[in-house]
Design a protein around this ligand. Structure first.
Ligand code: COD
Ligand code: ZN
Ligand code: ZN
Length: 374
């Protein structure tokens, strides 16, 4: 029996407040309104940002359903939707692409105005599509994927190849693309170049994969935890160093190691100190440094402007610089044609009701990415 046009009752992980545990609840998911799409989620990854509403690092309205890195199938569409249809395999987009705002129109922009950066938690008409125990439940980052069904706007969903394995390509919805794009799209790493990647978590590993795909000859991984080195080398780092093993500043260490030829550096830690270290470590005249890690909120940094005056380029990017709706289908095709391997990033696969265990693995630093199967 078709569910189109009717509310669907299903399981979702609901957060009732800051520092509260995830609670698996029965929720009601309303049918999509005009311009909206209801998706049956098949697999969703756990990203650190999903913990921000729990810890209070990100302002959200409660109760809320988080989750923003997923793959699923379109269950039904609202009036006027043309870019997806029921049965299509899709990836929800935490960074929408409306196609009309100034970022979307410019070939080099991707931070669409429809992104929910302030945590409004509602769709365009100002309401939510979820209810639980008679209360409205808020959306998160336009996606809310920790639910068997979710409703998103058409600008927040991309159709992908029907053959794509959801339990792997869900990572293309956030972590993988953020790192990989920083190298291939934002920095545009050139063949034969030397790259240095600060921070070897899942996003840093994805940066390394991007540098490798772009043909870099040397990729130096940098982390305070040497346990991260083996994985970094297996995804493409040619060598790894720990700043704690040196007394000299890390930019001098890198310059000596490479005969002063580091073309590209990436900050994938999210700390002010490493942002400056990464900037200082790229070549003074032709180097480019990309800030990938989200900076701590309301912090300013001071740096020597001579670092820029001499010729360095300092850039940042959200979601790797990709235009989500256009580029995600291409990244999925690249995955299917084995341009990169996502298995290296997926350390744990758990059933959806083990969401708490998934977060425990993240807090203990035991996982790179955990994927929940619905
Ligand atoms: N020097 C070198 N390495 C360090 C240092 C340091 N001073 N301090 C910590 N590290 C290492 C840690 O040992 C760890 O290995 C790594 O840095 C960080 O890795 P993880 O596993 O904590 O985190 P990731 O890779 O999953 O994500 C880190 C980011 C900073 C990229 C992430 O938090 C972030 O800011 N993402 C981008 C923001 C964004 O795009 N958000 C939108 C949707 S999520
Ligand atoms: Zn994320
Ligand atoms: Zn837009």
């Amino acid at each position: 029996m078709s569910t189109a046009g009717k509310a669907i009752k299903c399981k979702a992980a609901v957060l009732w407040g800051v520092k509260q545990p995830f609670s698996i609840e029965e929720v009601e998911v309303a049918p999509p309104k005009a311009g909206e799409v209801r998706i049956k989620i098949l697999a969703t990854g756990i990203c650190r940002t999903d913990d921000h509403p729990v810890s209070g690092a990100m302002t959200t309205k409660f109760p809320v359903i988080v989750g923003h890195e997923a793959a699923g199938i379109v269950e039904s569409i609202g009036e006027g939707v043309t870019t997806v249809k029921p049965g299509d395999k899709v990836i929800p987009l935490f960074l929408p692409q409306c196609g009309k705002c100034s970022s979307c129109i410019n070939p080099n922009g991707n931070l669409c105005v429809k992104a929910d950066v302030t945590g409004k938690g509602v769709l365009s008409d100002g309401t939510t599509r979820f209810t639980c125990k008679g209360k409205p439940v808020y959306h998160f980052m336009n996606t809310s994927t920790f639910s068997e069904y979710t409703v998103v706007e058409e600008s927040s969903v991309a159709k992908i190849d029907a053959a794509a394995p959801p339990e792997k390509v869900c990572l293309i919805g956030c972590g993988f693309s953020t790192g990989y794009g920083a190298a291939v799209k934002t920095a545009q790493v050139t063949p034969g170049s030397t790259c240095a990647v600060f921070g070897l978590g899942g996003v840093g590993l994805s940066v390394i994969m991007g540098c490798k795909a772009a043909g870099a000859s040397r990729i130096i991984g940098i982390d305070l935890n040497k346990d991260k080195f083996d994985k970094a080398k297996s995804v493409g780092a040619t060598e790894c160093i720990n700043p704690k093993d040196y007394t000299k500043p890390i930019n001098e260490v890198l310059s000596e190691m490479t005969n002063n030829s580091v073309g590209y550096t990436f900050e994938v830690v999210g700390r002010l100190e490493t942002m400056i270290d990464a900037l200082a470590s790229c070549h003074m005249s032709y180097g480019t440094s990309v800030v990938v890690g989200a900076p701590p909120s309301s912090k300013m940094l001071t740096y020597d402007p001579m670092l820029l005056f001499t010729g360095r380029t300092w850039k940042g990017c959200v979601f790797g610089g990709w235009k989500s709706k256009d580029d995600i289908p291409k990244l999925v095709s690249d995955f299917i044609s084995k341009k990169f391997d996502l298995d290296q990033l997926i350390t744990h696969v758990l059933p959806f009701n083990k969401v708490k265990e998934g977060f425990e693995l993240l807090y203990k630093g035991e996982s790179i990415r955990s994927v929940l199967l619905m």
